[in-house]
Design a binder for this molecule. Structure first.
Ligand SMILES: Cc1cc2nc3c(=O)[nH]c(=O)nc-3n(C[C@H](O)[C@H](O)[C@H](O)COP(=O)(O)OP(=O)(O)OC[C@H]3O[C@@H](n4cnc5c(N)ncnc54)[C@H](O)[C@@H]3O)c2cc1C
Length: 414
């Protein structure tokens, strides 16, 4: 009999398994993919990390608490390896975050600029954007640039690898390549049926406690034991495209122009399909590779296992190119739309919920033996270390005194 099983080794399950390990629990983490992931909502090298938000915003709290938790993970790994081989910069790439608003998102903008805002930011309209941010923006737009430490981007692949290392350091196990095919409750414990995807053999695990963090697969996985999650989460496919500025153009830019590009990423538009962009990586030739897409344009999914391989359409790619070009043009650099060279494209999956809030919740009210983390849409990743902490605390019956922790706990409960 296992003490605790965590299903799903994406950002959420890995974080929960790490937090449980830290709190002295015996944990088994089970993931259907092999150790090098090829899909999942956490797949990839970059996500936007940002802190700026309205007063008492739970998403700002989730991000900042995650940063604090990541620092603890780094200290632990360095102490365990007796050196300084791990750093926050492995996970986070610090850069300003630029938010673009128009008249349809004026209320969101006002909410961010509240009197008690402690994050450093600059705000500019078309009349002073050049002076404040070195940008030229349309008269309908307002731009806010946030400068908080550890805002910028973070790398989910690296964070997951560090979490797995931490879990193992506590003597806990991770099983890759096992797909959970069924969960049932018997005599006060859970019976977990796991299929070894290489041999197709089935293995039965018994556990006292369970965390389910199967991302967009959560509803399907829980359909017998907690069918309500099938309607709480709607998985939707989203598209991303990757571009770089042609070497023949990028290499002619001055150091200041290159810095202006760096400072402008990541970006997050509060209108027009919620366009976003970020620097995913620097390629072997020293060129930034931009990842960009739409937080607000979704496609339905017929087969979850297949949808990761569904190629975004040419129209999707052109939609991204056009907006990335328009944004880079605002930086007053010399660029033509055709200077944006297509690199590749990808489909990924959001788990939408009715009110836009994700959940970390006991599956059944009044029984904390099974906790579900799910419903993560396009902003879940930056808070992953905190979602995992909340799940671990719920499972272990632990509370925290911080007012924002309590507010967040309440907001995430179903
Ligand atoms: C295109 C895109 C852009 C995003 N941008 C941002 C951003 O800028 N900032 C931000 O903060 N967040 C962003 N997010 C959101 C963030 O990436 C997600 O919230 C987060 O990755 C969700 O993690 P997860 O662990 O819930 O899901 P997943 O990563 O999908 O993890 C679930 C895991 O469970 C495994 N699994 C499923 N079923 C089973 C089973 N039956 N048996 C065993 N294992 C199973 C899966 O293989 C998977 O690895 C973005 C997401 C996408 C898709």
């Amino acid at each position: 009999m296992e003490k605790t099983i965590v299903i799903g080794g994406g950002l959420m399950g890995s974080s929960a398994a790490w937090q449980l390990s830290r709190q002295g629990e015996q944990v088994l983490l089970i993931e259907q993919q092999q150790s090098v992931y090829k899909n999942g909502s956490s797949y990839g090298e970059s996500r936007i990390a940002r802190s700026l938000g309205p007063e008492d915003d739970i998403f700002s709290y989730l991000h900042n608490k995650s940063v604090a938790e990541a620092k603890q993970l780094i200290s632990f790994l360095n102490a365990a390896s007796n050196g300084n081989t791990h750093s926050m910069e492995d996970i986070y790439t610090h850069s300003p975050v630029t938010y673009v608003f128009d008249h349809t998102s004026i209320e969101e903008m006002k909410a961010i600029c509240h009197e008690k805002q402690t994050d450093a930011y600059k705000i500019a309209s078309h009349t002073n954007a050049h002076e404040v941010l070195g940008m030229t923006i349309p008269s309908s737009d307002t731009v806010i640039r946030e400068f908080t430490d550890y805002s910028g981007t973070f790398n989910p692949r690296v964070l997951i690898a560090k979490l797995h290392e931490g879990i193992r350091q506590y003597g806990n196990r991770i099983l890759y390549g096992y797909k959970i095919a069924g969960i049932s409750r018997k005599h006060g414990h859970y019976e977990i049926e796991a299929v070894d995807l290489q041999t197709q053999e089935t293995k039965l695990f018994l556990t006292e406690k369970l965390v389910v963090a199967a991302g967009p697969y959560t509803g399907e996985l829980l359909k017998h034991i907690a069918p309500q999650f099938g309607t709480l989460i709607t998985p939707k496919r989203v598209f991303t495209s990757f571009f770089k500025i042609k070497a023949s153009v990028y290499l002619t830019y001055s150091a200041d122009e290159k810095e202006a590009i760096r400072q402008s990423q990541p970006s997050y538009f509060q209108y027009d399909g919620l366009f976003y962009s970020m620097i995913d990586r620097i390629d072997d030739d020293g060129l930034p590779v931009f990842k960009a897409g739409a937080h607000g344009i979704y496609h339905s999914i017929e087969n979850m296992d297949e949808c990761w391989n569904t190629q975004p359409t040419d129209e999707n790619v052109e939609w991204v190119r056009e907006r990335l070009y328009r944004y880079l043009k605002m930086l007053n650099i010399s660029i033509q739309e055709s200077d944006l060279e297509y690199v590749h494209k990808q489909s990924c999956v959001y788990s939408l919920t009715v009110n836009g809030l994700p959940f970390v919740t006991p599956a059944t009210q009044g029984d904390n033996s099974m906790v579900v983390i799910g419903g993560m849409n396009g902003i879940g990743g930056k808070g992953s270390m905190c979602y995992g902490l909340i799940a671990a605390n719920l499972l272990l019956g632990k509370e925290e005194e911080e007012a924002m922790y309590k507010k967040t706990l309440e907001a995430l409960r179903k």
